[in-house]
Design a protein around this ligand. Structure first.
Ligand SMILES: [Zn+2]
Length: 347
């Protein structure tokens, strides 16, 4: 019973939510595409008169193959994506979500996680939730993107405000519950020493929701004992042993996970070119084009800080079509002015 439960809460994913994902995921998948195709076809026919010669573009032909693909083929495709893309897919629609949160998709998450040499899940959190914890960036409480920190000890990523609301220090946790809570209960639950506002090496902050879950689970074991159910006492002992082991595993594994997590953030930042680099890249690309058009460096150097040039956006063909003529006109004007000066100096 309790020991089988995903200890990770119900914010986004987990076996609790995964029950919806079920044996019929493949059937729902087929149904979804059939429905999507039918409605797309009818709305298309009612609004557009198809030219007899119109050809179906290649990308549409390729997408039309999707409904015919078995789920395991789609999983194979998803396995080649970045973990963040797979996380985004779970938010695209219910079918993607159900399919990817189902136990059948565990391998997908493991494979995408391996691309980053990421640590194994701590405790009994599901692979999908673990991936969200490792690669997501938003607060799991309020959704803010302002870089909340993942706390691997409680396996949650919260902003300061949400964390403060969600955890309670050991000495005050009893205020939240009507039933007595002693140390033996708290010893079964992972804890952190960072409340979001304060860090004390020796303080234990517990997720209030996890304490609540634990009280309910222990009550069920107690009820089994009270009713003299077979092996009730032994089951409770085994559950407690398992939970204590889980707490120890989380304590032991969290520092490594934290190290990996910060390295990923630092690496990501290093990969991302800063504003000045982007501006320089665009400027170089523009001057290269102007050179190709026969302009000399002295003709275009005055454009170094021009609004069209000093932008942190890469130069695309479309942008060039828009700004190229204006830049050329500027250059022509400056050449004329220079020639005019030369002419007047010569006189
Ligand atoms: Zn928050």
């Amino acid at each position: 019973m309790g020991g089988e439960k995903d200890d990770s809460g119900g914010d986004t994913a987990g076996p609790g939510n995964c029950t919806a994902a079920k044996p019929s995921a493949a059937a729902s998948w087929q149904k979804f595409w059939k429905r999507a195709k039918t409605s797309a076809a009818s709305s298309f026919q009612s609004t557009v008169t198809l030219k007899p010669t119109a050809k179906v573009p290649q990308w549409k032909k390729t997408l039309n193959l999707l409904p015919k693909m078995p789920l395991d083929v789609l999983f194979e495709i998803f396995s080649h994506l970045d973990p963040r893309d797979v996380i985004n897919l779970t938010r695209t629609n219910r079918l993607f979500r159900d399919a990817l949160l189902s136990p059948n998709a565990t391998t997908v998450w493991k494979v995408v996680r391996a691309q980053y040499n990421a640590p194994d899940p701590l405790g009994n959190i599901s692979e999908a939730r673990w991936a969200e914890l490792l690669f997501g960036r938003a607060c799991q409480g309020c959704g803010t993107q302002r870089f909340p920190d993942t706390d691997f000890l409680i396996r949650r990523r919260y902003c300061k405000a949400c964390k403060k609301k969600s955890v309670a220090i050991e000495s005050k946790i009893r205020q939240f519950f009507e039933v007595p809570i002693d140390k033996t209960v708290l010893d079964l639950i992972p804890y952190t020493n960072d409340s979001g506002w304060a860090q004390h090496r020796k303080s234990r902050y517990f997720l209030i929701s996890e304490v609540d879950d634990m009280i309910k689970q222990l009550a069920m074991f107690d009820e089994d004992i009270r009713l003299n159910r077979k092996n009730a006492a032994a089951n409770l002992r085994a559950f407690k042993t398992k939970q204590k082991q889980l707490v120890q595993n989380v304590l032991d594994g969290a520092p490594e996970c934290k190290k990996w997590y910060w390295k990923l953030i630092v690496d990501n930042r290093a990969d991302k070119p800063d504003r000045n680099t982007l501006i320089n890249q665009r400027r170089d690309a523009i001057f290269e084009r102007l050179k190709g058009l026969g302009y000399k460096q002295k003709d275009s150097s005055h454009l170094h800080w021009a609004t069209e040039v000093a932008q942190p956006t890469l130069l695309t063909e479309r942008i060039w079509q828009k700004i190229g003529p204006k830049l050329e006109a500027d250059i022509q004007t400056s050449i004329q002015i220079r020639e005019g000066w030369k002419h007047s100096e010569a006189q």
